[in-house]
Ligand binder design. Structure first.
Ligand code: MG
Length: 311
């Protein structure tokens, strides 16, 4: 047998006669298969590389923000007057009185991946939940995000008909923070006294009821952080934080929150009711909304996760 160099570099050819046996055929077919495997591996490696390059480019465009540790500021404490009022007996009034629901955004109604204000993932059942709220309550938004980010979230979450119906749209500038704290990652507190003393958002007189001011008896804060409501703990409906986990997609708890609020709005004083029956997402309360309402798009947004199929 002799070997000689052929035209193409690094290739060698044999002049030996290889018998055309079954073994040789098997070898031949192995040789044929090998390049396919190699090509597949190469394509996979290339796809991974492309993905990594794209991810790196994205990071270059929007570097990941590293949050500084939270600075704990002293918060408001409930007054004796507040605690005494919440300790009174609760009872139902019919027809229900007007109530104000104050909505948190991030972690309550939406999830912002990597805290990116341009991306908002709506909580399942958000569309029917908002319709229920605006049909039955006065609604305002209060988020600790900066004004421009709150504006973006509100635009992506609330359809125009609801946006125009908001009592108020409060943001970070409504916490009475010093300029230094405004720029820092500080613990903020939603002190409802700020709402109850803001003249511009008080209810207009109505023939339907005698509500002339928002106060302890008719204000409900829906938030995923109990600490934020430490000044008026019995006006809080605390809901689990929404982080768009697989378990939260397609089901989750806004059906339960709506059912709880339906009972709360019948109360003479909502703080008395919440003190005795704080909201728990354990199935006690649940509207009979069908599962396929979970991902109805809000404000023209496409659903960001598919409706799960139950087979
Ligand atoms: Mg939140």
């Amino acid at each position: 047998m002799s070997l000689h160099r052929v035209n193409k570099p690094h290739r060698w050819e044999t002049t030996a006669n290889i018998p055309n046996s079954a073994g040789a055929e098997a070898q031949q077919s192995k040789r044929k298969r090998r390049p396919k495997k190699k090509a597949k591996k190469k394509a996979e490696a290339q796809a991974l590389h492309n993905e990594q390059m794209l991810a790196a480019q994205r990071e270059e465009i929007r570097p990941r923000r590293i949050k500084s540790p939270k600075i704990m500021l002293p918060g408001p404490k409930p007054t004796d007057e507040y605690l005494n009022a919440a300790a009174q007996d609760f009872y139902v009034v019919d027809p229900p009185r007007r109530m104000l629901v104050i909505l948190d955004l991030n972690g309550a109604l939406v999830h912002r991946p990597d805290n990116n204000p341009r991306k908002t993932v709506p909580r399942p059942f958000l569309a029917p939940f908002l319709d229920f709220l605006f049909d039955n309550f006065c609604v305002m938004v209060w988020s600790s995000a900066r004004p421009q980010n709150v504006a973006r979230m509100v635009d992506s979450v609330l359809p125009p008909k609801h946006r125009s119906g908001l009592v108020a749209r409060w943001d970070r500038s409504h916490f009475k923070l010093t300029p230094e704290h405004y720029a820092q990652n500080v613990q903020v507190y939603k002190d409802l006294n700020l709402v109850w003393t803001a003249e511009s958002i008080q209810p207009q007189p109505s023939d339907a009821d005698d509500v002339v001011r928002w106060d302890q008896s008719n204000t409900i804060l829906v938030d995923d952080t109990a600490l934020k409501a430490q000044g008026q703990p019995y006006n809080l409906v605390e809901i689990p934080e929404f982080t768009n986990t697989p378990a939260q997609q397609g089901c989750d708890i806004l059906r339960e929150v709506a059912s709880y609020l339906q009972t709360a709005r019948m109360q003479v004083d909502v703080s008395r009711f919440i003190k005795n029956y704080p909201f728990k997402a354990d199935g006690t309360w649940k509207f009979d909304w069908p599962d396929d309402l979970a991902n109805v798009p809000v404000a023209g947004m496409e659903p960001l996760h598919p409706t799960p199929r139950y087979e």
